[in-house]
Design a protein around this ligand. Structure first.
Ligand SMILES: [Zn+2]
Length: 344
Protein backbone atom coordinates (compact mmCIF):
# COMPACT_ATOMS: atom_id res chain seq x y z
CA UNK A 1 0.00 0.00 0.00
CA UNK A 2 1.94 2.96 -1.29
CA UNK A 3 0.01 6.14 -0.84
CA UNK A 4 2.21 8.21 -3.14
CA UNK A 5 0.87 9.66 -6.33
CA UNK A 6 2.70 9.16 -9.57
CA UNK A 7 2.42 11.12 -12.73
CA UNK A 8 1.64 8.15 -14.97
CA UNK A 9 -1.46 8.47 -17.05
CA UNK A 10 -3.78 5.48 -17.28
CA UNK A 11 -4.31 3.78 -20.60
CA UNK A 12 -7.49 5.57 -21.47
CA UNK A 13 -9.10 8.41 -19.62
CA UNK A 14 -11.18 10.80 -21.65
CA UNK A 15 -12.09 12.80 -18.58
CA UNK A 16 -12.11 11.86 -14.95
CA UNK A 17 -14.63 13.60 -12.73
CA UNK A 18 -12.58 12.76 -9.65
CA UNK A 19 -9.97 15.21 -10.83
CA UNK A 20 -12.23 18.17 -11.03
CA UNK A 21 -14.98 17.67 -8.52
CA UNK A 22 -14.48 20.10 -5.70
CA UNK A 23 -15.31 17.58 -3.06
CA UNK A 24 -14.33 19.61 -0.04
CA UNK A 25 -16.53 22.44 -1.14
CA UNK A 26 -19.41 20.05 -1.61
CA UNK A 27 -19.07 18.54 1.82
CA UNK A 28 -18.65 21.80 3.72
CA UNK A 29 -21.80 23.13 2.11
CA UNK A 30 -23.80 20.45 3.93
CA UNK A 31 -26.26 22.07 6.25
CA UNK A 32 -25.27 20.33 9.44
CA UNK A 33 -21.77 19.89 10.80
CA UNK A 34 -21.15 18.03 14.01
CA UNK A 35 -17.78 18.11 15.72
CA UNK A 36 -17.50 14.63 17.22
CA UNK A 37 -14.70 15.77 19.51
CA UNK A 38 -16.61 18.57 21.17
CA UNK A 39 -18.01 17.79 24.60
CA UNK A 40 -21.31 19.40 23.83
CA UNK A 41 -22.75 18.78 20.43
CA UNK A 42 -24.95 21.53 19.18
CA UNK A 43 -26.89 19.03 17.08
CA UNK A 44 -28.48 15.84 18.34
CA UNK A 45 -27.37 13.10 15.94
CA UNK A 46 -29.01 10.23 17.81
CA UNK A 47 -31.80 10.13 15.23
CA UNK A 48 -29.48 10.10 12.24
CA UNK A 49 -29.53 7.16 9.88
CA UNK A 50 -27.16 4.42 11.00
CA UNK A 51 -27.56 1.82 8.29
CA UNK A 52 -27.97 1.90 4.51
CA UNK A 53 -26.30 5.23 4.77
CA UNK A 54 -23.54 7.43 3.37
CA UNK A 55 -21.91 9.32 6.24
CA UNK A 56 -19.75 12.23 4.99
CA UNK A 57 -16.93 13.41 7.26
CA UNK A 58 -13.99 15.78 7.49
CA UNK A 59 -10.72 15.16 9.31
CA UNK A 60 -9.86 18.43 11.02
CA UNK A 61 -6.08 18.28 11.25
CA UNK A 62 -5.56 17.48 7.58
CA UNK A 63 -8.66 18.89 5.90
CA UNK A 64 -9.23 15.54 4.19
CA UNK A 65 -12.82 14.61 3.41
CA UNK A 66 -14.39 11.20 3.10
CA UNK A 67 -17.45 9.00 3.13
CA UNK A 68 -18.32 6.02 5.26
CA UNK A 69 -20.80 3.80 3.42
CA UNK A 70 -22.61 1.29 5.57
CA UNK A 71 -25.02 -1.10 3.88
CA UNK A 72 -27.46 -3.52 5.54
CA UNK A 73 -30.91 -4.30 4.11
CA UNK A 74 -30.03 -2.73 0.75
CA UNK A 75 -27.05 -4.99 0.05
CA UNK A 76 -28.79 -8.02 1.55
CA UNK A 77 -31.74 -7.46 -0.80
CA UNK A 78 -29.51 -7.23 -3.86
CA UNK A 79 -27.32 -10.21 -2.99
CA UNK A 80 -30.11 -12.59 -1.99
CA UNK A 81 -32.24 -11.90 -5.06
CA UNK A 82 -29.70 -13.90 -7.06
CA UNK A 83 -28.55 -17.35 -6.09
CA UNK A 84 -24.88 -16.39 -5.83
CA UNK A 85 -22.14 -18.59 -4.38
CA UNK A 86 -20.91 -17.01 -1.10
CA UNK A 87 -17.50 -16.02 -2.54
CA UNK A 88 -19.21 -14.10 -5.36
CA UNK A 89 -21.81 -12.53 -3.06
CA UNK A 90 -19.01 -11.32 -0.76
CA UNK A 91 -17.14 -9.69 -3.65
CA UNK A 92 -20.30 -8.13 -5.10
CA UNK A 93 -21.10 -6.77 -1.62
CA UNK A 94 -17.74 -4.96 -1.48
CA UNK A 95 -18.23 -3.85 -5.07
CA UNK A 96 -21.61 -2.28 -4.27
CA UNK A 97 -20.20 -0.46 -1.23
CA UNK A 98 -17.25 0.76 -3.31
CA UNK A 99 -19.57 2.02 -6.07
CA UNK A 100 -21.65 3.99 -3.56
CA UNK A 101 -18.48 5.42 -1.96
CA UNK A 102 -16.97 6.50 -5.27
CA UNK A 103 -20.25 7.85 -6.63
CA UNK A 104 -20.60 10.04 -3.58
CA UNK A 105 -17.16 11.54 -4.02
CA UNK A 106 -18.66 13.19 -7.11
CA UNK A 107 -21.21 15.82 -7.81
CA UNK A 108 -23.47 14.48 -10.52
CA UNK A 109 -27.07 14.26 -11.56
CA UNK A 110 -27.49 10.91 -13.27
CA UNK A 111 -26.03 7.44 -12.94
CA UNK A 112 -22.59 6.30 -11.80
CA UNK A 113 -21.72 2.81 -13.10
CA UNK A 114 -18.86 0.62 -11.93
CA UNK A 115 -18.14 -2.49 -13.98
CA UNK A 116 -15.55 -5.24 -14.22
CA UNK A 117 -14.79 -7.44 -17.22
CA UNK A 118 -12.44 -10.35 -16.81
CA UNK A 119 -11.58 -13.85 -17.93
CA UNK A 120 -12.34 -15.50 -14.56
CA UNK A 121 -15.45 -17.39 -13.42
CA UNK A 122 -17.15 -14.00 -12.84
CA UNK A 123 -16.70 -12.39 -16.28
CA UNK A 124 -18.87 -9.37 -15.50
CA UNK A 125 -19.78 -7.50 -12.35
CA UNK A 126 -21.86 -4.32 -12.47
CA UNK A 127 -23.10 -1.84 -9.88
CA UNK A 128 -24.81 1.45 -10.56
CA UNK A 129 -25.78 4.28 -8.26
CA UNK A 130 -28.06 7.23 -8.96
CA UNK A 131 -27.44 10.68 -7.47
CA UNK A 132 -30.30 10.06 -5.05
CA UNK A 133 -28.73 6.90 -3.61
CA UNK A 134 -30.58 4.18 -5.50
CA UNK A 135 -28.21 1.27 -5.95
CA UNK A 136 -28.43 -2.01 -7.89
CA UNK A 137 -25.95 -4.59 -9.14
CA UNK A 138 -25.34 -8.08 -10.44
CA UNK A 139 -22.58 -10.58 -11.18
CA UNK A 140 -22.48 -13.00 -14.11
CA UNK A 141 -21.07 -16.43 -13.40
CA UNK A 142 -19.47 -18.81 -15.87
CA UNK A 143 -18.55 -22.29 -14.70
CA UNK A 144 -17.32 -23.23 -11.25
CA UNK A 145 -16.35 -20.67 -8.64
CA UNK A 146 -13.91 -21.27 -5.80
CA UNK A 147 -15.39 -21.55 -2.31
CA UNK A 148 -15.39 -18.54 -0.02
CA UNK A 149 -12.34 -19.58 2.02
CA UNK A 150 -10.31 -20.16 -1.13
CA UNK A 151 -11.26 -16.83 -2.69
CA UNK A 152 -11.00 -14.77 0.51
CA UNK A 153 -7.39 -13.59 0.21
CA UNK A 154 -7.32 -12.94 -3.51
CA UNK A 155 -10.89 -12.55 -4.78
CA UNK A 156 -9.89 -10.46 -7.80
CA UNK A 157 -7.59 -12.99 -9.56
CA UNK A 158 -9.62 -15.99 -8.37
CA UNK A 159 -13.06 -14.70 -9.35
CA UNK A 160 -12.59 -11.89 -11.88
CA UNK A 161 -9.30 -13.01 -13.44
CA UNK A 162 -7.41 -10.77 -15.85
CA UNK A 163 -9.30 -7.81 -17.18
CA UNK A 164 -10.30 -4.32 -16.19
CA UNK A 165 -12.40 -2.21 -13.88
CA UNK A 166 -14.14 0.78 -15.42
CA UNK A 167 -16.51 3.47 -14.29
CA UNK A 168 -18.75 5.82 -16.20
CA UNK A 169 -20.87 8.75 -15.12
CA UNK A 170 -23.90 9.44 -17.31
CA UNK A 171 -25.55 12.76 -16.65
CA UNK A 172 -29.31 13.04 -16.82
CA UNK A 173 -29.17 16.61 -18.05
CA UNK A 174 -26.57 16.30 -20.81
CA UNK A 175 -24.95 13.80 -23.12
CA UNK A 176 -21.63 14.39 -21.38
CA UNK A 177 -19.95 11.27 -20.06
CA UNK A 178 -17.07 10.80 -17.65
CA UNK A 179 -15.13 7.58 -17.61
CA UNK A 180 -12.03 5.88 -16.29
CA UNK A 181 -10.47 2.46 -16.49
CA UNK A 182 -7.78 0.45 -14.74
CA UNK A 183 -6.56 -3.13 -15.15
CA UNK A 184 -7.55 -5.70 -12.52
CA UNK A 185 -4.12 -5.49 -11.01
CA UNK A 186 -4.31 -6.45 -7.34
CA UNK A 187 -5.51 -9.22 -5.04
CA UNK A 188 -8.50 -7.28 -3.73
CA UNK A 189 -10.90 -4.65 -5.04
CA UNK A 190 -9.41 -2.10 -2.65
CA UNK A 191 -5.97 -2.70 -4.21
CA UNK A 192 -7.33 -2.36 -7.74
CA UNK A 193 -9.01 0.96 -6.99
CA UNK A 194 -5.90 2.19 -5.16
CA UNK A 195 -3.96 1.56 -8.36
CA UNK A 196 -6.45 3.62 -10.27
CA UNK A 197 -5.94 6.58 -7.98
CA UNK A 198 -2.17 6.15 -7.90
CA UNK A 199 -2.22 6.59 -11.66
CA UNK A 200 -4.27 9.73 -11.33
CA UNK A 201 -1.97 12.72 -11.32
CA UNK A 202 -4.37 15.03 -9.55
CA UNK A 203 -6.39 12.95 -7.16
CA UNK A 204 -5.63 10.31 -4.58
CA UNK A 205 -7.91 8.20 -2.43
CA UNK A 206 -7.57 5.80 0.45
CA UNK A 207 -10.13 3.02 0.41
CA UNK A 208 -11.09 0.27 2.79
CA UNK A 209 -13.83 -2.27 2.04
CA UNK A 210 -15.61 -5.07 3.87
CA UNK A 211 -18.52 -7.41 3.36
CA UNK A 212 -19.89 -10.48 5.09
CA UNK A 213 -22.89 -12.12 6.70
CA UNK A 214 -24.06 -11.36 10.21
CA UNK A 215 -25.09 -13.98 12.77
CA UNK A 216 -28.55 -14.18 11.22
CA UNK A 217 -27.03 -14.81 7.77
CA UNK A 218 -27.92 -11.34 6.47
CA UNK A 219 -25.38 -9.73 4.15
CA UNK A 220 -23.72 -6.46 5.10
CA UNK A 221 -21.10 -4.34 3.35
CA UNK A 222 -19.08 -1.22 4.10
CA UNK A 223 -16.65 1.17 2.46
CA UNK A 224 -14.65 4.13 3.68
CA UNK A 225 -13.28 6.36 0.95
CA UNK A 226 -11.02 9.27 1.95
CA UNK A 227 -10.16 11.54 -0.94
CA UNK A 228 -7.20 13.80 -1.28
CA UNK A 229 -7.52 16.51 -3.86
CA UNK A 230 -4.35 18.62 -3.74
CA UNK A 231 -4.72 22.41 -4.14
CA UNK A 232 -3.08 22.32 -7.56
CA UNK A 233 -5.52 19.60 -8.67
CA UNK A 234 -8.62 21.76 -8.60
CA UNK A 235 -10.68 23.90 -6.31
CA UNK A 236 -11.25 22.82 -2.76
CA UNK A 237 -8.10 20.71 -2.42
CA UNK A 238 -5.79 20.68 0.58
CA UNK A 239 -2.00 20.73 0.88
CA UNK A 240 -0.89 17.59 2.68
CA UNK A 241 2.48 16.16 3.48
CA UNK A 242 3.34 12.58 2.68
CA UNK A 243 3.50 11.65 6.37
CA UNK A 244 -0.06 12.82 7.06
CA UNK A 245 -1.37 10.93 4.06
CA UNK A 246 0.46 7.77 5.10
CA UNK A 247 -0.94 8.11 8.62
CA UNK A 248 -4.49 8.47 7.28
CA UNK A 249 -3.99 5.34 5.19
CA UNK A 250 -2.68 3.47 8.22
CA UNK A 251 -5.61 4.55 10.40
CA UNK A 252 -7.99 3.46 7.69
CA UNK A 253 -6.33 0.07 7.29
CA UNK A 254 -6.61 -0.46 11.05
CA UNK A 255 -10.41 -0.68 10.73
CA UNK A 256 -11.42 -4.33 11.03
CA UNK A 257 -14.21 -5.95 9.00
CA UNK A 258 -16.05 -6.72 12.23
CA UNK A 259 -16.08 -3.03 13.20
CA UNK A 260 -16.94 -1.84 9.70
CA UNK A 261 -19.88 -4.22 9.40
CA UNK A 262 -21.17 -4.05 13.00
CA UNK A 263 -24.86 -3.04 12.76
CA UNK A 264 -24.72 -1.86 16.38
CA UNK A 265 -21.87 0.60 15.84
CA UNK A 266 -23.15 3.94 14.45
CA UNK A 267 -21.01 5.35 11.60
CA UNK A 268 -20.11 8.44 13.64
CA UNK A 269 -18.80 6.27 16.52
CA UNK A 270 -16.66 4.27 14.11
CA UNK A 271 -15.24 7.45 12.59
CA UNK A 272 -14.49 8.81 16.04
CA UNK A 273 -12.72 5.55 16.90
CA UNK A 274 -10.53 5.86 13.81
CA UNK A 275 -9.81 9.56 13.61
CA UNK A 276 -10.42 11.14 17.04
CA UNK A 277 -6.76 12.05 17.51
CA UNK A 278 -6.87 14.08 14.31
CA UNK A 279 -10.26 15.60 15.04
CA UNK A 280 -13.22 14.48 12.98
CA UNK A 281 -16.55 16.04 12.13
CA UNK A 282 -19.55 14.57 10.40
CA UNK A 283 -22.20 16.00 8.11
CA UNK A 284 -25.80 15.13 7.49
CA UNK A 285 -25.91 11.51 6.26
CA UNK A 286 -27.63 10.44 3.04
CA UNK A 287 -29.76 7.32 2.61
CA UNK A 288 -28.94 4.42 0.27
CA UNK A 289 -31.71 2.19 -1.04
CA UNK A 290 -32.04 -0.98 -3.07
CA UNK A 291 -34.04 0.28 -6.06
CA UNK A 292 -33.91 -1.02 -9.63
CA UNK A 293 -34.74 1.29 -12.50
CA UNK A 294 -36.23 -1.38 -14.77
CA UNK A 295 -39.84 -1.05 -15.93
CA UNK A 296 -42.27 -2.44 -18.53
CA UNK A 297 -41.69 0.69 -20.59
CA UNK A 298 -37.89 0.34 -20.57
CA UNK A 299 -37.99 -3.34 -21.51
CA UNK A 300 -40.56 -2.74 -24.27
CA UNK A 301 -38.42 0.16 -25.43
CA UNK A 302 -35.40 -2.14 -25.73
CA UNK A 303 -37.48 -4.72 -27.64
CA UNK A 304 -38.99 -2.24 -30.07
CA UNK A 305 -35.58 -0.70 -30.74
CA UNK A 306 -34.54 -3.98 -32.42
CA UNK A 307 -34.43 -4.10 -36.22
CA UNK A 308 -37.81 -4.83 -37.83
CA UNK A 309 -36.79 -8.31 -38.98
CA UNK A 310 -35.66 -9.33 -35.49
CA UNK A 311 -38.88 -8.06 -33.95
CA UNK A 312 -40.92 -10.17 -36.38
CA UNK A 313 -38.77 -13.18 -35.53
CA UNK A 314 -39.34 -12.63 -31.81
CA UNK A 315 -43.09 -12.21 -32.35
CA UNK A 316 -43.32 -15.43 -34.37
CA UNK A 317 -42.24 -17.35 -31.29
CA UNK A 318 -45.15 -16.20 -29.10
CA UNK A 319 -44.95 -14.31 -25.81
CA UNK A 320 -41.64 -12.71 -24.94
CA UNK A 321 -40.26 -13.29 -21.45
CA UNK A 322 -37.58 -10.86 -20.26
CA UNK A 323 -35.69 -10.92 -16.98
CA UNK A 324 -33.90 -7.90 -15.52
CA UNK A 325 -30.30 -8.87 -14.81
CA UNK A 326 -30.15 -6.45 -11.91
CA UNK A 327 -33.23 -7.35 -9.87
CA UNK A 328 -34.22 -10.68 -11.42
CA UNK A 329 -37.76 -9.48 -12.12
CA UNK A 330 -39.37 -11.35 -15.01
CA UNK A 331 -41.86 -9.68 -17.32
CA UNK A 332 -43.94 -11.32 -20.05
CA UNK A 333 -45.01 -9.36 -23.12
CA UNK A 334 -47.63 -10.52 -25.61
CA UNK A 335 -47.56 -9.81 -29.32
CA UNK A 336 -50.16 -7.07 -28.84
CA UNK A 337 -48.09 -5.45 -26.04
CA UNK A 338 -45.13 -5.28 -28.39
CA UNK A 339 -47.12 -4.12 -31.43
CA UNK A 340 -48.84 -1.36 -29.50
CA UNK A 341 -45.55 -0.23 -27.92
CA UNK A 342 -44.02 -0.17 -31.38
CA UNK A 343 -46.77 1.96 -32.86
CA UNK A 344 -46.87 4.32 -29.85
ZN1 LIG B 1 -34.66 -4.57 -12.46
Amino acid sequence: MRPSRRGRASAFRPRSPFEEASNSVDITKSEITVDLNANTRSVDISGWLKDDVIQPFLIDSTGLTGRFVKLGASVNGILTRHDLPPAVAALLGEFLALAVGLANALKYDGVFTLQTKGDGPVPIMVADVTHDGHVRGYAQIRGDTPDAADAANAPVPKLLGQGYLAYTVDFSTSSERYQGIVSLDGATLAEVIRHYFEQSAQFDAAVTLASGQDDAGLWRAAAIVVQHLPPEGGSGGVALDEGDWRRTNLLLSSATSVELLDPGLPPSDMLYRLFNEDGVRVFQPKPVSDVCRCSDERMLGALTALPEQEIEEVLSQGDVVMTCEFCNTTRTFSESDIRSAKSA
